[in-house]
Every structure is written in structure tokens, then in C-alpha cells.
Design a protein around this ligand. Structure first.
Ligand code: FAD
Ligand code: GLY
Length: 374
């Protein structure tokens, strides 16, 4: 098999890139160690929330806002290609402050966003209860972010899986890329145990496992697993319509009636456990925010490993080794950043130029030792 492009890793990033490249006419294979989307991408909450999660205006926020602006069309496009509705919901997000919490911090946060031209609305307690009656009476203030939305990321991965296959992407599941092949300074394919797969270019999109493939080439880019635990509740006598954020948790309502509560951020190596402490803290925070959830049925608990980096920013684009590209380190925003990452990688590969927007997210910032094989 010789492809134009092989992608190592079939998460939301690898599959979104594969779809984009295949629809541009390239022959593409995704090699996935387990099952498509089976790691962080299905574990996520599906929030598309650049404003909610931002602490300052910077190039990363610009990246996230641009990807958010692409999402409605991305969701629609995926539905047309796959027949799967990814349940893009556009009610917006409510960030809540409760008694005893620092109002001036919320004011500072909302005022830099307003100065940056971002839409939001500060709401008093009386308005919160009329929009979301189930929210705790101790909520004193809220900031409504009208453009931070969500998708059902499990359905997103189903849609990408079908759309990729229909676009001609060869998806090889249950197959681990064990090394990258570099010959005379160029990447020419990958090895999966004893099997060799040749390609014109290779993209590493292996989430928090990416470093294992890069280190043998002297690319010292540490992608670190940041565990997130989540739970799903089914409420009988309370419902919420918006994604809610407090200082301790977020709650995400799904179309099927589930309410997801997340998430921990833990540096516990590659150990994908659900722990008593993790679940206990999520349940307590969820009930504090929406008290009637105390009678909800807890229907699922899981964890996933976010691909984090030392500066918490993604690494996207060329690597200094010909025909080897990277798309990883999306940490808490990989679902949000998938359509834009795919577009930017396609530009690097097809037009052979790195878009200006990628400059802060290059591999060079981690580059300490020489790159083998050049
Ligand atoms: P992954 O989904 O981990 O995919 C990488 C794939 O590579 C895996 O399937 C793995 O099996 C495969 N792989 C690894 N090594 C190899 C190899 N050697 N050979 C072949 N295959 C290999 N993001 C948001 O935007 N919004 C959210 O609301 C959100 N919530 C989150 C909540 C939780 C609890 C967690 C854990 C994450 C959340 N995220 C969210 C982050 C998001 O899930 C990630 O940033 C995103 O899924 C990363 O996608 P990926 O494709 O890079 O990685
Ligand atoms: N973006 C939400 C999370 O990573 O938990």
C-alpha cells in the first residue's frame, strides 16, 4: 500500500484531517491502535467554548474563536456526508458565580472580553432563575456567552468515521504505529510491528501518545496525558437547557436527557482510572450547582487522557523533517479545534506553506536537541 498521506491516530484530530485531505483528492490512510475516537475524543464533553475557557486575549483564543466560527457548517457538512447528526446545540453557555465567590474577578474577566469585542451579557440573580430555574438559589451573578455552544462528541466521532470511509479514507483499526520511517532526511512511511506502510507524507495525530513516535527521531516534544474524569446523570425532576459552568464543574445537557458533569484535570500518567475522589468531587459540585440533581440516576462514569504540552498549547504543522507533520497537544480544546486544525494542516501539506496563524504553535518552541536523519 502506498498512500499520499498516512495519519497515525484516529481521534477527532486525525479523522478531521483525513476527511479534509481525502476530499481534496489525496489518498489517505488512518492507522489507529484501538478504535476510531476511542480515547480522548469520545471521552470529551463536546463543548465549543473558547470564551468560557479563556483567561486572556492571545493567539490561542484567536485560533479557538476561528474554529468555533466554522462549527455550524462543519456539523452540517458531516451530516450531509455521513447521515449522522452530531447534535450541534446553540443555546450558549452560562458561567455562574455563587455566594462568597469573588465578584471582582468575574468583572475583570468579562470586561477584557468585552474590550476584545467578544459578545457576553452579565446577568443578575433574578434573571438566572428565569432562564435556568434548576440552578442553585445561591447563584449571585452569571455571564451569558451566547456563542459558546456544544456538540455530542461521540456522534461526532461516528460521523467522522462514516464520512472518512465514504470519502475513500482507508481506516485501519487495531493496528499500532510502532515507528516512523525516515530515509535520507525524508519521512517515507511507518512501521506497524513487522509491517511497512509507505506514504508521501506522515502526520502524527496520536494524542498524548505522540511523543513515543517522535522521540526516536530526536524530536523532543513532550505531550503529557492530563486525565479527565466525567459522569453522566439522568435527572427525573430537573433539567437544564444551557451548558453551565461554575468554579468547580461544568454541566452539559444532551438531547437524550443525560446531563454530563465534568471534569477533573489530573496528571496521573497513562492511568485511565475512574477514582472515588474524582467521582465524589464531580457529584458534589454538580449537586451544589443544580441541587435537584441529588435524586438523579448516575448512569455512567469514565475518564480520558487529554494531550497536554508544557505550555498547554497545541503543536500543529511541519517538523523540520521533510514530509512529517504534527497535529497534537490540543489539551482541553481538541473537539473545538478539529475543523480549523484540519484546514491548517491541509494548507501546510497541499500548498506547502504554513499559515501565519500557526506561527505560535510550531514545533520549534520545544526544539532542544538536533533532529536525527536530516
Ligand atoms: P485522541 O482522541 O486521544 O486520539 C489519538 C488517537 O491516537 C487515539 O485513538 C489512540 O488510540 C491513537 N494512537 C495513539 N498512539 C498510536 C499509535 N502509535 N498508532 C496508532 N494509533 C495511535 N475538548 C473540547 O474541545 N471540548 C470539550 O468539552 C472537551 N472536554 C473534554 C473532557 C474530557 C474529560 C477530556 C478527557 C477531554 C476533553 N476535551 C475537550 C479535549 C479533547 O477531548 C482532546 O483535545 C481531543 O480529543 C484530542 O484529540 P486527538 O485526536 O488529538 O487525541
Ligand atoms: N474543555 C473541557 C475539559 O477539557 O474538561
Amino acid at each position: 500500500m502506498e498512500k499520499d498521506v498516512i495519519i497515525a491516530g484516529g481521534g477527532v484530530i486525525g479523522c478531521s484531517i483525513a476527511l479534509k485531505l481525502a476530499r481534496a483528492g489525496l489518498t489517505v490512510a488512518v492507522i489507529e491502535r484501538g478504535r476510531v475516537g476511542g480515547e480522548a475524543s469520545r471521552a470529551a464533553a463536546g463543548m465549543l467554548s473558547p470564551q468560557t475557557e479563556a483567561s486572556r486575549p492571545d493567539p490561542f483564543l484567536d485560533l479557538c474563536l476561528r474554529s468555533r466560527s466554522m462549527y455550524r457548517d462543519f456539523a452540517q457538512h458531516l451530516k450531509e456526508l455521513s447521515g449522522v447528526d452530531v447534535e450541534y446545540r446553540d443555546e450558549g453557555t452560562l458561567c455562574l458565580l455563587t455566594e462568597g465567590e469573588n465578584e471582582s474577578e468575574l468583572d475583570r474577566w468579562s470586561s477584557w472580553q468585552t474590550s476584545a469585542g467578544l459578545e457576553l451579557e452579565v446577568l443578575p440573580a433574578s434573571v438566572i432563575t428565569s432562564i435556568e430555574p434548576a440552578v442553585t438559589q445561591s447563584a449571585t451573578r452569571a455571564v451569558f456567552i451566547p456563542k459558546d455552544h456544544q456538540v455530542e462528541n461521540r456522534r461526532l466521532m461516528d460521523a467522522l468515521d462514516v464520512a472518512c470511509r465514504r470519502a475513500g479514507v482507508e481506516i485501519i483499526e487495531g493496528c499500532e504505529v510502532t515507528s516512523l520511517i525516515v530515509e535520507r532526511g525524508k519521512t517515507t512511511g511507518v512501521m506497524c510491528g513487522e509491517r511497512r506502510f509507505d506514504a508521501g507524507a506522515v502526520i502524527v495525530a496520536a494524542g498524548c501518545w505522540s511523543s513515543r513516535l517522535l522521540e526516536p527521531l530526536g524530536l523532543n516534544i513532550a505531550v503529557i496525558p492530563a486525565r479527565g474524569q466525567m459522569i453522566a446523570l439522568r435527572a427525573t425532576d430537573s433539567s437544564i437547557n444551557h451548558t453551565l459552568h461554575s468554579s468547580k464543574c461544568y454541566l452539559v445537557p444532551r438531547n437524550d436527557g443525560r446531563i454530563l458533569a465534568g471534569a477533573t484535570v489530573e496528571y496521573a500518567g497513562f492511568h485511565k482510572a475512574v477514582t472515588a475522589h474524582g467521582i465524589n468531587s464531580l457529584l458534589a459540585a454538580a449537586i451544589e450547582l443544580v441541587p435537584s440533581l441529588k435524586t438523579a440516576e448516575m448512569i455512567e462514569a469514565w475518564s480520558g487522557l487529554r494531550p497536554d504540552t508544557s505550555d498547554h498549547l497545541p503543536v500543529i504543522g511541519q517538523t523540520g523533517i521533510d514530509n512529517l507533520l504534527l497535529a497534537t497537544g490540543h489539551f482541553r480544546n481538541g473537539i473545538l479545534l478539529a475543523p480549523l486544525t484540519a484546514e491548517l494542516i491541509a494548507e501546510c501539506l497541499i500548498n506547502n506553506r504554513a499559515p501565519d496563524m500557526l506561527r505560535p504553535f510550531g514545533f520549534e518552541r520545544f526544539y532542544e536537541t538536533s533532529v536525527a536523519g536530516r
